[in-house]
Design a binder for this molecule. Sequence first.
Ligand SMILES: Cc1ncc(COP(=O)(O)O)c(C=O)c1O
Length: 284
Amino acid sequence: MYSVSAQTNDVEIVQVPLDVNNDFQLQPDKINEALSADPSIKLVYICSPGNPTANLIKKADIQKVLEHPTWNGVVVVDEAYIDFAPEGSSLAEWVNDWPNLAVMQTLSKAFGLAGIRLGVCFTSPPIATLLNSLKAPYNISSPTSALATAALSPTHQAVMQKYRDLIVAQRDRLVQELPQIPGIGRFRGGKESNFLLVEILDKPASEGGKPSNVIAQAAYEAMAEKRGVVVRFRGKELGCEGCLRITVGTEEEVTRFLREIRTVLGGLHKGESIDSVRGQVSQN
Ligand SMILES: Cc1ncc(COP(=O)(O)O)c(C=O)c1O
């Protein structure tokens, strides 16, 4: 999404990959090197928890970038999924100490209000002034404003937290139960979001299975087309060979997902075609 926005605004991007061998953590020294090499870079974008990696970025690593000795730009931290991370994970308060930090959050995820199109940016007064002067002359629409004000009231925040806790409980359940299904490999990244990134193997791990994009893609298709269980195939992202991103649902949805993926992987590992696996009925 960042690169799409950059392209539509004719902005060049320099990518510094996360460390795929270290739980997709930031590589602050490499970022700082890139910033030293090209002082025309204006913004650094960091997503924490990451998507699709579900991991929190270490605060000390972000601090290293903020402390770059010569670079004079803004560090943006996208915290769209922060409500699913442990209390105290946000960097929002750091904007009081770092005038070059902008922390963004959204009502689209934990509050379930993507339709009102509202987020928030915590930042220092000079950047806030700049953002206000850049925005279109029209303000936030009154329906959006009314819904957001209600959602952020103590009563409705408590509702959000109740649902967040249910999601976290189902996430813990998936962490326990998913690896028991033959053909499920490692979790990649972290477990601090409302989704998990997991490897799909070409055969059960007990038989030496390896992460496979072919099987992951086939499992994704078989579950989506006839079974109504939609996950995301993420096998083409760097370091995500064979990975599906599973959004955590309600207890019933997680039960259904676990049943369907067991059936689908069982069929695919027996060498059945995707078409025949698509049509099979799962046993309860
Ligand atoms: C990492 C990340 N940031 C931001 C967003 C977008 O949030 P919004 O609905 O507020 O535009 C998404 C949505 O998918 C996301 O995954």
